[in-house]
Design a protein around this ligand. Structure first.
Ligand SMILES: [Zn+2]
Length: 131
């Protein structure tokens, strides 16, 4: 199931110090179509595992200018340090995803529990081997 591969990518990402990621990053890593990736990510947003943000990129120099949580907050004009005032158009707005704090903590605690279990088992096995 492709959507599970997207989930795997997200869970792995939760253990890394990554604040935001793009659907394109998952498309590149997994080979799953952008539509499918996006569809699954939106399901994860509805499930509160992810948060959706909007990134505004300068149409001239492609510098990332701002990140907004809601599309309502996006202004009509935006300033680029290099290129000056730019009118915000649809093709300057890109979706970004962020793992919610709650879900990140959940994944970290799973990992911790698993490591603790494996470590305990290793210790047990090494003792058995010695005797
Ligand atoms: Zn610019």
């Amino acid at each position: 199931m492709n959507k599970w591969l997207v989930d795997d990518w997200v869970n792995e990402c939760a253990l890394k110090p990554i604040k935001y990621f793009t659907p394109t990053a998952i498309e590149k890593d997994t080979g799953i179509s952008l539509e499918e990736v996006f569809e699954r990510l939106m399901e994860l947003v509805n499930d509160n595992k992810l948060e959706l943000y909007w990134r505004i990129v300068c149409p001239v120099c492609f510098r990332q200018l701002y990140i907004y949580k809601s599309t309502d907050r996006i202004p009509r004009y935006i300033d680029c340090v290099e290129c000056g005032k730019q009118q915000v158009t649809e093709d300057m707005i890109f979706p970004l995803f962020s793992i919610s704090n709650e879900y990140r903590e959940h994944i970290k605690s799973l990992k911790k529990t698993f490591n603790t279990l494996v470590y305990a088992r290793l210790l047990q096995c090494s003792k058995t081997n010695q005797s």
